[in-house]
Design a protein around this ligand. Structure first.
Ligand code: DGL
Length: 355
């Protein structure tokens, strides 16, 4: 009698293990690479939503806080950095991008989620959009409230990001950003509010889609080249050229511009007022800088719209580049990568209309 019961127990246990194994094989394998930020932040109390400490919770704790992810993917965590993202550097980006490309080349990795502070999330996402060499999904996710807060948005954002990174629909769409139940393009999304959960927006060009009911729904795709379609390869790059941003405003002067150039900037993004206008006190120094070999990109502080070539300045004559619709902070990223390939302004302008 006992022997029969033991056999039945063993058979039941074996069947259960097989069932789990079959189920696990059906689920996508998603890596979660953690870099820090508010999603890993802690506050003094559950009502602390500002004035908390970012980058304190480790990747395994983040994953353990959302046990539901185990039903949608086989998740493995890796702590790449643990920083507040305002301190992200070019060196961090190169390390992260090389790690992403190494992991995506493995057949047992179907997609990657990167947890990240929201301050520079859009920049890391765009950098990766230009240098990741795989069509597999890469999804950046963050949170506007720390993990300890009432209605923390991190857990649901992480859950949705894991689903998105494991979904066939996200393959070949470029690097994506997902917070607040939305799917955004890394090229066009911006953080638009200092603290509210709906901060990430693409005001005029719009979201790519939504996360709803454990599924992604895409309605648009980026028209610009990305990931495997780009000419940028960082596998053998140890440092990126220095590019800085000069911000335009009434009564501005050329002190910052000249300081950046004296410090060795190879390129300058001029985030001008309006359609990239050049103030009378700054234009001569920009022209002199160009003549001395510094690449100049005219961008705008405005946030939306096309930066018109030969509009507010005679770019052809001055040998300037215009940023198209890229924000100044994203124009800096593209110019840095462009300068790893060429210093020819016609070639660089082509890149700004291509990526
Ligand atoms: N220090 C900011 C950062 O790491 C916190 C903002 C956030 O992650 O939401 O980007």
């Amino acid at each position: 009698m006992i022997r029969t019961q033991s056999v039945r127990f063993i058979v039941a246990l074996f069947s259960l293990l097989v069932a789990f194994s079959v189920q696990a094989q059906k689920l996508p394998n998603v890596m979660v690479l953690a870099t820090g930020g508010t999603i890993a932040g802690t506050g003094a109390s559950s009502t602390t939503t500002v004035g908390y400490t970012a980058a304190t919770v480790g990747v395994q704790q983040l994953i353990n806080a959302v046990p539901e992810v185990a039903k949608v993917a086989n998740v493995t965590g890796e702590q790449v950095f643990q920083i507040a993202s305002e301190s992200m550097t070019n060196e961090h980006w190169l390390t992260l991008a090389k790690r992403v490309n190494t992991l995506l080349a493995q057949p047992n990795v179907d997609g990657i989620v990167i947890t990240h502070g929201t301050d520079t999330l859009e920049e890391t996402a765009y950098f990766l959009n230009l240098v990741v060499k795989s069509r597999k999904p890469v999804v950046l996710v963050g949170a506007m409230r720390p993990s300890t807060a009432l209605s923390a948005d991190g857990p649901i954002n992480l859950y949705n990001a894991v689903i998105l990174a494991g979904s066939p629909e996200a393959v070949g769409k470029g690097v994506l950003v997902s917070l607040n139940d939305q799917i955004q393009s890394s090229r066009d999304v911006s953080k638009t509010n200092t603290s509210t959960p709906d901060s990430f927006r693409t005001p005029e060009l719009g979201v790519l889609g939504y996360m709803q009911g454990n599924k992604p729904y895409f309605y648009r795709a980026s028209t610009r080249k990305h990931t495997v379609e780009t000419e940028f390869d960082i596998s053998n790059i140890q440092a990126l050229p220095q590019v800085d941003i000069v911000y335009g405003y009434a009564n501005m002067n050329d002190v910052a511009l000249n300081a950046f150039i004296a410090a060795g900037a190879k390129g300058i993004i001029h985030a001008g007022t309006g359609d990239g206008s050049l103030a009378a006190k700054v234009k001569p120094s920009l022209i002199a800088a160009r003549k001395n070999g510094t690449l100049i990109v005219r961008a705008s502080r405005v946030g939306n719209g096309i930066l018109a070539r030969n509009g507010e300045a005679n770019d052809d004559e001055l040998d300037f580049v215009v940023s198209d619709t890229l924000s100044p902070q994203k124009a800096r990223i593209l110019l840095m990568l462009a300068l790893t390939k060429t210093s020819n302004t016609k070639e660089i302008q082509r890149m700004f209309y291509m990526y």
